[in-house]
Each structure stands twice: as structure tokens, then as C-alpha cells.
Design a protein around this ligand. Structure first.
Ligand code: 2NL
Length: 339
């Protein structure tokens, strides 16, 4: 009798345990069979009333059944626990979605826009032009003589005799002056090309920003003020600038412009070769011959112009030692500029 009852209890418990799918359901089953008033517990309670010869037999069988149920319940508890954790990981509608990878502008684009913004606040307008140019715009109108070394096949990418890839963006300034009368106040950013052997400082494709201001009574003092404001805005408010005499065919007088090293603030470090100064751009007063080429009266108008390399400025500002890092597409480098 008691043994049959145990068998029924075990098989019923087994069936219920196999169907349980939540920790709560398993706990309910445990209470139902093994709890203080559980079915199996009742069997144990009835043992003292049995005839003496049946007590050990039923006792043993009840203990065996109890062990079996405890093991089954323990296994079931583990099963439903992992099941529910797994289903939570698979789908939780309350979690935010995984964000898509975000792009950002290239450090050269960023630098170029920074520079243009600074000049825009001083009233300059952004001007653009073609990358494939006529000889006239790249050389002739800029007072660069036919025998100048930069016009050599080795120093310019020629498409044909009179057509080339521009080597500077002064082309845009000549085009702008040809199109209208002074006053002119423009900056011309863009790609330029020179057949240099590539190394840490040279790339056949690079970016330039040139500026041009033409009006009556424009002076070298105006040029100095504008470039000082630019350097302060771009690098640091305490930066100083100095002008060293130089030569360009399209300006007279011409100057190379340095600023106090943004790394050591002028004390001397490896970036500035311990001089405290760094060359940032070239500039000067527009040569009267250039004005003649675009039909501006050099007796009436004066102007200043300047040109700078975007790669060079970005390398100085961010401490980059190899120009090729800008172009090889390595996101370990580029992602540092996701500002
Ligand atoms: C440099 C120096 C310079 C100019 C560019 C210019 C343009 C016109 C007339 C006169 Cl239309 N000048 N541009 C003037 C002085 C220097 O560039 O080292 N660039 C990286």
C-alpha cells in the first residue's frame, strides 16, 4: 500500500517537474511534495503508525523517493533559471538599441574649416575653382616667368601643353579678380598637386588655403594685423608672429611668417628645432604685374596675399610627424579627431 502510494507520488512529481517552466512553478512543486504538509512528508509522518515489519521497508523507500525528488527539483530549478536568463539576453525590448558607428570629419577638413571660419569672421568670403587649370591661372598671371623652375615638367603635373593640375590655389584668386572689380576679400581653400617624391613631409596631393585682399590704401600693416589675429585664433591667444623678408614672384615685398612655437610657447623644443619659432605661411603685397594681368590699376589699388599648407598647419597644431597618416585611411589615427 505505502509503496504503491510512493510510486504514484514520484511519477506524478516527475510529470509536473518536467512541465515546469519557471522558478515559481518549480518552487510550488517542491512545497507540494516536500513541504511541511507535502505529499511525501505525509508518507514519512505515517510511518510510526505502520506495523513494525513494514516500517524499515517503507522508511527506506520513502528516503529513496525523497532523494530522487530533491535531485529532480534541483535540476529543474537550474534549468528554468538558465532558460529565463537566456531569453532575457536574447530579447529585452526595454534596452536601448546598439548605436550605429558614427563618422566624423577628417582632421584636414576640420583644420581647413577652422582656418576658413577665422577668416570669415574678418569679412573674407570663401572662393573655389577648378583643380585642372590653364597655364595662365597657375603661372602666367601670377608673374611666374616661363623659365621658372616650378613650370618645369618635373615640378608640375601637365595634362597637355597649356593644361595642368593646379599647384597652388592662387588660380582661384586670379579668376575672382578677372570676374569683378575691387574691393576683393577672399580665401581660396582646396586641393593642389605637385610631383614630389612622397615622404613624411611631401605628398603629391595636398591642401592649400590662400587669401587675398585688394582695396585702396591696403598696407603691409593690415597684412600683419590680419595674420596676427589668425595665428592667435588658430593656435593660442598669446602667440606672437614675426615676418622675415623673402621672395615670391607674385608679391613684393614678400615675407615668410613665423609664430612662437605652439608646443613650447617659444622656450625651444624638438618641434621648433630649439629656435622657439615655427614657419606657418608665406605672404606679401600683391605685385603690380599681377594687377596688370587682371586689369586692375596698380596706381589705384594695393593688396596683400598669403598662402598656407593645411597639412603643415594640422601637423604643427596636433603634433603629427608624418603627412602620410592623413591619407592611408588608418582609423586608429583618424578616430582620434572625432571632435
Ligand atoms: C606659401 C606662400 C603665397 C601668395 C601665396 C598670391 C596670390 C595672388 C597674388 C599674390 Cl593672386 N599672391 N598668393 C602670396 C604669397 C605667398 O604662398 O608658402 N604657400 C604655402
Amino acid at each position: 500500500m505505502a509503496k504503491d502510494r510512493l510510486k504514484r507520488i514520484v511519477s506524478e512529481a516527475e510529470r509536473q517537474i518536467s512541465e515546469a517552466s519557471s522558478p515559481e512553478a518549480v518552487e510550488k512543486i517542491r512545497v507540494k511534495f516536500l513541504g511541511r504538509k507535502g505529499e511525501l512528508t505525509e508518507v514519512f509522518k505515517s510511518i510510526p503508525d505502520l506495523p513494525n515489519d513494514e516500517k524499515p521497508v517503507v522508511g527506506q523507500a520513502a528516503n529513496k523517493a525523497k532523494k530522487k525528488l530533491e535531485r529532480l527539483i534541483e535540476d529543474a530549478a537550474k534549468r528554468v533559471k538558465t532558460d529565463s536568463v537566456e531569453s532575457e539576453t536574447l530579447f529585452d525590448p526595454t534596452l536601448p538599441g546598439s548605436p550605429p558607428p558614427m563618422g566624423h570629419s577628417h582632421p584636414l577638413t576640420h583644420t581647413l574649416e577652422d582656418v576658413c571660419d577665422i577668416f570669415r569672421t574678418m569679412g573674407f568670403v570663401i572662393a573655389e575653382g577648378p583643380e585642372v587649370e590653364k597655364d595662365w591661372y597657375n603661372f602666367e598671371a601670377l608673374n611666374i616667368p616661363a623659365d621658372h623652375p616650378s613650370r618645369d615638367d618635373f615640378d608640375t603635373f601637365y595634362v597637355s601643353d597649356n593644361t595642368l593640375l593646379r599647384s597652388q590655389t592662387s588660380t582661384v584668386q586670379i579668376r575672382t579678380m578677372e570676374m569683378g572689380k575691387p574691393p576683393v576679400r577672399i580665401v581660396a581653400p582646396g586641393r593642389c598637386f605637385r610631383p614630389d617624391t612622397e615622404d613624411a613631409r611631401h605628398s603629391v596631393m595636398f591642401h592649400q588655403i590662400e587669401g587675398l585682399l585688394v582695396d585702396e590704401d591696403t598696407s603691409f600693416g593690415d597684412l600683419k594685423a590680419v595674420l596676427h589675429i589668425f595665428a592667435r585664433e588658430f593656435f593660442h591667444e598669446d602667440v606672437e608672429v614675426r615676418f622675415r623678408p623673402s621672395y615670391f614672384p607674385f608679391t613684393e615685398p614678400s615675407a615668410e611668417v613665423d609664430c612662437t612655437c605652439p608646443v613650447c610657447k617659444g622656450d625651444g623644443c624638438s618641434t621648433c628645432s630649439y629656435s622657439g619659432w615655427l614657419e606657418i605661411l608665406g605672404a606679401g603685397m600683391v605685385d603690380p604685374n599681377v594687377f596688370e594681368c587682371v586689369d586692375y590699376d596698380p596706381e589705384k589699388y594695393t593688396g596683400f596675399a598669403f598662402g598656407m599648407g593645411v597639412e603643415r598647419l594640422a601637423m604643427l597644431k596636433y603634433g603629427i610627424n608624418d603627412i602620410r597618416l592623413f591619407y592611408n585611411g588608418d582609423t586608429r589615427f583618424l578616430s582620434q579627431f572625432s571632435i
